[in-house]
Design a protein around this ligand. Sequence first.
Ligand SMILES: [Fe+2]
Length: 241
Amino acid sequence: MAAQGPDPRLTPFVAGAIWTVDYPVRYAGARFRARMTVIRLGDGRLILHSPCDIDADLRAAITAIGPVGWIVAPGTFHHLHVGAAQAAFPDASTLICPGVEAKQPGLAHDGVLGDVPPGDWRDEIDLAHVPGNRIIAEVLFFHRPSRTLIVTDLIELIGDRTEGVDRVLRFWWKWVTFMWNKPRPAPEYTMGWRDRRAAGRVLRRVLEWDFDRIVLAHGDLVTENGKAVAQEAWAKIVKRR
Ligand SMILES: [Fe+2]
């Protein structure tokens, strides 16, 4: 079993392999939470996936788990704290989702993610870049040893059990987007499709991955039956051929 870090924000999700850090965000007039994921590869190196702002305490807690090899901006809405992560871990390589370089041109990075994982990840991580949307894009991660799918915005699961959700977001989710208590892609996806078939082709491939858990950036972690959750979230996308 992995020991919990000295900072209680760094929470084990899969013993010895995956930790998460929840943090508050404010977006479009609503307050809710986002989540960083820390993945530890078999050789001990860490991937910081969708990093949050990293202060000294959190930096120490992460360092206690292992050396940070990579900082990842996995989606075009999940790159804002990459610079802070780079300052905290200057030796790490930075990899970004296609499109981040256009949204944040000044962001230094070492590579752009696609469907082929970097060589150091290949035995443990599968990737899938989901195209076809004019507002938002992301690269899905599958950590094979722990059978965990890691997403940012392609599945959100916000409802009665979710902490840190304000009245504004609750209103939108209940009465505008009808996503309350339901796994669904973020509204930016629903509003922005220009080639849903292209996305569906990728998501059908992702649904063949052998995952059971899901870490998502917004809402309730999925600890079992993750395949059914993803199928429900993506039903409207994958049915179009
Ligand atoms: Fe997000």
